[in-house]
Design a protein around this ligand. Sequence first.
Ligand code: ARG
Length: 579
Amino acid sequence: MNIKQLLAEKVTAAMVAAGLPADTNPAISISTKPQFGDYQANGVMGAAKKLKTNPRELATKVVEQLDLNGIANKVELAGPGFINIHLDEKWLSAQLTTIANDAHSGVTQRKTPQNVVVDYSAPNLAKEMHVGHLRSTIIGDAVVRALEFRGDNVIRQNHMGDWGTQFGMLLAHLSDKLQANEVAETALADLEAFYREAKIRFDEEEGFADRARDYVVKLQSGDDGCARLWQQFIDISIAHSEEIYNKLNVTLTRKDIMGESAYNDDLPKVIKALMAKNIAVEDQGAKVVFIEEMANKDGEPSVFIVQKSGGGYLYATTDLSACRYRSNELNADRIIIFTDARQSLHFKQVEVVARKAGFLPESVRYDHCPFGMMMGDDGKPFKTRTGGTIKLAELLDEAVVRAKDVIKEKNPDYTDEKLTEIAEKVGIGAVKFADLSKNRTSDYIFNWKTMLSFEGATAPYLQYAYSRIQSIFAKAALSPETLNTACNIVEPQEKALALKLLQLEDVIDAVINDCTPNLLCNYLYELASLYMSFYEACPILKDGIKPEIKAARLALCAQISYVLKQGLEILGIDVMERM
Ligand code: ARG
């Protein structure tokens, strides 16, 4: 269900009937104030300017032709040529009843689903996941779920960093530990510490760096023993990431992993293809693409190294290979990649080169979606007090502990078990919502207090709104699922809610198109806030409320709670019946 689209069709038909070209943009938008109606068509002004006619007169003609019979109960002309549309409550009630009976709440399912490859999370397995990977993981997962909700076919790709020279020192160090009879799981229990130890040995211990380099060579030449050691390391590190995915309630699984190493065999072929097409050239022993299309203001081309002078391949080579694989093997219609903004230049270069080389056909949409950084209260990149990187696992544990305190204060009589259960949902939800609700490309300040507040746009606020609606049903001894009454919109608060509920498809489409889960966060917050005002103004279970009004209001509540739940589910945030 998409009201905007429906109105666009109707207004376009009227514009054509009034003599305007069929491609005139009707410019439908949601009205900002109730006195301007529910929707506005603002396209007449632009059309009149083009035709050099009086907009007001043109708008009058369009309104005369506009047939919104049964849909709107008032259409007004305002200002220089705005058309204000007031939707009819009966019509809204009927639409709402229809979407209330739809599993996707009126979000129509794609008739021709797209194959969308989404590259997200992608931690480096040499180290533990840190807060920098939080954003990629949760923003990516929200977009993935929104795409699936709309009916697209998503192929998740976890492009993990599981290859590179740093593995030489790690494997040398691991080999020594195993020699000393340590078990790999224990040795790698703290990857961060393990990495530090290996690095210190690499920098300081006589002969260790050479052994590390030997391991790199062995790894690259496919030495069996070395491959086994590497596999052991990778498996344990992946298990660390999986633990985080579980905690975070994200949908990534092992079968989504397509790490850098998976492209190894293809890298020489990528170089060969680039050389054959004269896209890459030899430069001081290295193979380089000079990208003229991305020249700087002095006309110097952007330099993109695809093979080092020693023959080694780079992050860039792997990403070119990934482009080809995703277009050719995965049949991607669209590729979306989530990393922090510092990699923007890299992905622009990858795209330009991949297109030139024919690895990425013009028909495939390629979106690198950068995001800003998470900052501490001091406005500097989020670090531990001593300046170290904050481990994601620890941050999430802290979230649960803090949420537990907050819940306990509100409900001192809850058992510890119940508190823990709620705190897990609230704590993790709070961290995720705080992040997802921010404009993707800006940096943001991480603040425990605001994210765990029950006021404002937070997960606890939305979870609380949901559980409040559930408690109404509990009190009425009804289940929202079995409710089978029609909606009936009468009061302005009800109308506002109906309009909001009917706008879900629009929001999902914007989230999918721009990769901006924050729009869904805003939407859910607005929905919950409208519910709170409705609840104040329109009694439901109070004595003296006519049974049919009560039934219609309950039907409205049921749909609100359903959408809150579905929306939060897309964000990967759990709700609960009581909190
Ligand atoms: N492993 C990289 C990092 O931690 C992110 C990989 C993103 N995906 C890609 N195709 N390069 O920064």
